[in-house]
Structures are given as C-alpha cells and as structure tokens.
Design a binder for this molecule. Structure first.
Ligand code: ATP
Length: 241
C-alpha cells in the first residue's frame, strides 16, 4: 500500500532564511511517526511546509499520491489532511460544542472507495471524557490541557485521513500527557496515520512506530522508535537527553 504522505527533498524558507534542507519522510497508512529534535530544529516548520502555511517551499509533498506542494492550506485540509497547530487556535468566545461544529465534515472514503475512519461528537466525547463534562463551556474558560484536547477533537470532527499533530504534550499536565498518548494510540488503532512533532522522548516512545529526527533543519536520524530508544548516543547528540 502506498504511503499516505510522501515528502522528498523538502526545503523551506521564511523570507531569506532557509530552515529546512532536503527533508525526506514518509508516513504509512495507520502509522504513527514522531518528528523529533531540539527547540528550533524545524519540526513545526515541517508541518507548516506540508500544509502550505506561511513558508516558501521547494521539493515534493504527496498526500495519497497527489502533489500538494503549493496548494492553499484550505484545499489541503479539505482533501483530508488534518492539522493541529501548536498554538491551538480555539475560538475563545464560542462554546466547546460550537468549536467542534466548526470542524465538521462528512465521513470520507479512501481513494479506492473504501470507508475511512470517522468520528461523531459522541465518539469524541468517549475519547475525551473530560470534554463530555463541559459541552457549553466557553473555549476561553477551558484549561490549557482541555483546549489541547478540544483542538484535537475539533480536527477529528473533519474526519481526516491523516493527522499532523504539533507537540500535543507541550505545556500540559502529566495526567493530560498520558491521556493524550492513550488518544493517539486509540486513533492509530482506528487506522489513522499520525505525524507528530514531539520533543518528549517518553511520549514519542509511547505512541510512535518510527522516529525522524531533525537537527538544524536536516534529517539526522530516521529509523524505528526502538532503534532510537536503544541508542543513547543518538539521543544525547540530537535530543539532548
Ligand atoms: N515565522 C517565522 N519567521 C522566521 N523564522 C521563523 C519563523 N518561525 C520559526 N522560525 C525559525 O525557524 C527555525 C525552526 O523553528 P521551528 O518552530 O520549526 O522549530 P521546532 O523544531 O518546531 O522547535 P520548537 O519546538 O521550539 O517550536 C527556528 O530557528 C525559528 O526561530
């Protein structure tokens, strides 16, 4: 089965500043890949480059076999690539349920016509029981961890065929990190492919099949999560752990 997402020789610039250099990466159907690296290594920029958000890019990005390089972000999202940005972008004046409604998109099919995984609001409330307790709460009155869950849930309302998830464990309490890890595993079990930016090796280890590590915008490690976990030298060199 061909990969859901194929990235070849992806380079990216903010203005004149080149941030990514010839990044290669693939995401298989139902696979979770952790994109790792220190602060500023280029993880978030990779997701923005895939989504066509605010960076100039060169190279190839194919989603389900179709080139998406240069396409506007709304078209990429409409094609079924879900993106959860680091800064969450909750609508603070809307309730939790209204925030979810904004993400709504009918269930999708794979290119071969078979049904893809899909989620109703009830499914998402089962996945995030905390959210089920506060459907009428304003986005702005929710904690950081709750907002993080809501952002993921809102993106799942669009029934994505693959998910780009930027640092779901960042700045949230340890219990929420555990819940988020359980959620990513549950999504994988449903057949969703996830490309996850992550600095937290424990979190990545708990959820990912493979790791791609960036250093100063270049891929410096690509292999199984087990290979990274059993390589203390690589961890010290590229992740500073
Ligand atoms: N809008 C921007 N304009 C110019 N430079 C930027 C912009 N956003 C990020 N950068 C720079 O690009 C580089 C990579 O940043 P990026 O956010 O992709 O790193 P990261 O690996 O996701 O790290 P972090 O976890 O700290 O966000 C950094 O040097 C950063 O300062």
């Amino acid at each position: 089965m061909s990969p859901v997402l194929e990235i070849e020789a992806l380079s990216a610039w903010y203005g004149e500043a080149q941030i990514l250099f010839d990044v290669d990466l693939t995401l298989g159907r139902g696979e979770v890949v952790a994109l790792m690296g220190r602060n500023g290594a280029g993880k978030s920029t990779t997701l923005k480059a895939i989504m066509g958000l605010g960076v100039r890019v060169d190279g190839a990005v194919r989603f389900l076999g179709q080139s998406i390089v240069g396409a506007p972000a709304y078209r990429i999202a409409r094609a079924g690539l879900g993106y959860v940005p680091e800064d969450r972008r909750i609508f603070k004046g809307l309730t939790l349920e209204e925030n979810l409604d904004i993400g709504r998109h009918p269930p999708r099919t794979w290119p071969d016509g078979r049904p893809a995984p899909s989620w109703t609001q009830a499914d998402l409330f089962r996945l995030f029981p905390n959210l089920a307790r506060m459907p009428g709460r304003a986005g702005g009155a929710m904690s950081g961890g709750e907002q993080q869950m809501l952002t993921v849930a809102r993106t799942l309302m669009s029934n994505p065929l693959a998910l780009l998830l930027d640092e779901p464990s960042e700045g949230v309490a340890p219990l929420i990190v555990e819940e988020m890890a359980a959620t990513v595993r549950a999504l994988k079990a449903e057949g969703l492919s996830v490309l996850l930016c992550e600095q937290n090796l424990g979190f990545a280890r708990a959820v990912a099949d493979r790791a791609v590590v960036l250093e100063q915008g270049r891929v410096c490690f690509s292999g199984t999560m087990d290979a990274l976990v059993s390589d203390p030298d690589a961890q010290a060199r590229y992740l500073g752990v």
